[in-house]
Design a protein around this ligand. Structure first.
Ligand code: SF4
Length: 169
């Protein structure tokens, strides 16, 4: 049987915790050196990519698109949308918030909105995500991130606060 299509995933880790953890993987000299080294060592890169997959799959339902949108979507993975929409929900969301393709499961974009609103990151959802490069599927988004390839993944790159959850007034 082939790979199952995406289904909306409610992250198993809160947005608040995700924003707290995010600074730990922010690019720095060490991570850049590690990423560059990994790219020269295919076996090590495969191992690292496998670990990334397991961790992010367990926490976010990651589908290894290779160009991580999580920092701009309140850490709800848009690739778990059955239509893989990266710029908000389709027009088919049910009145109760259920996914059109998988009734009984909440639309991942509503989940993203609720997580963003709860942490003061509502404005992030107005950013426009550019289309992904399909050639990067299955590759390590952390390596791309550390090597600066994610710049321009969404409009206003650099305006997303990757750090602490904001306290609502
Ligand atoms: S790398 Fe892509 S598929 Fe994985 S969590 Fe990030 S956006 Fe979702």
């Amino acid at each position: 049987m082939g790979e199952q299509g995406p289904r909306p995933v409610r992250p198993r880790i809160s947005a608040r915790a995700s924003y707290l953890i995010a600074p730990l993987v922010r690019p720095n000299r060490l991570y850049r050196a590690v990423a560059a080294r990994l790219e020269r060592m295919p076996r090590a890169l495969r191992l690292f990519t496998g670990l990334e997959r397991r961790g992010k799959e367990a926490l976010y339902g990651c589908r290894m698109c290779g160009q991580c949108a999580l920092p701009a979507t309140a850490y709800a993975c848009p690739m778990t949308c059955p239509k893989q929409l990266r710029n908000g929900p389709c027009g088919g969301v049910a009145a109760n918030g259920d996914c059109e393709v998988h009734p009984g499961q909440r639309c991942v974009w509503l989940i993203a909105w609720e997580r963003a609103a709860a942490t003061g990151h509502d404005a992030d959802l107005a950013l426009l995500q550019r289309p992904i490069d399909q050639r990067l599927r299955g590759t390590s988004s952390w390596v791309h991130y550390w090597l600066g390839r994610d710049e321009g993944l969404w409009t206003g790159a650099g305006t997303v606060d990757l750090g602490m959850p904001r306290v609502r007034p």
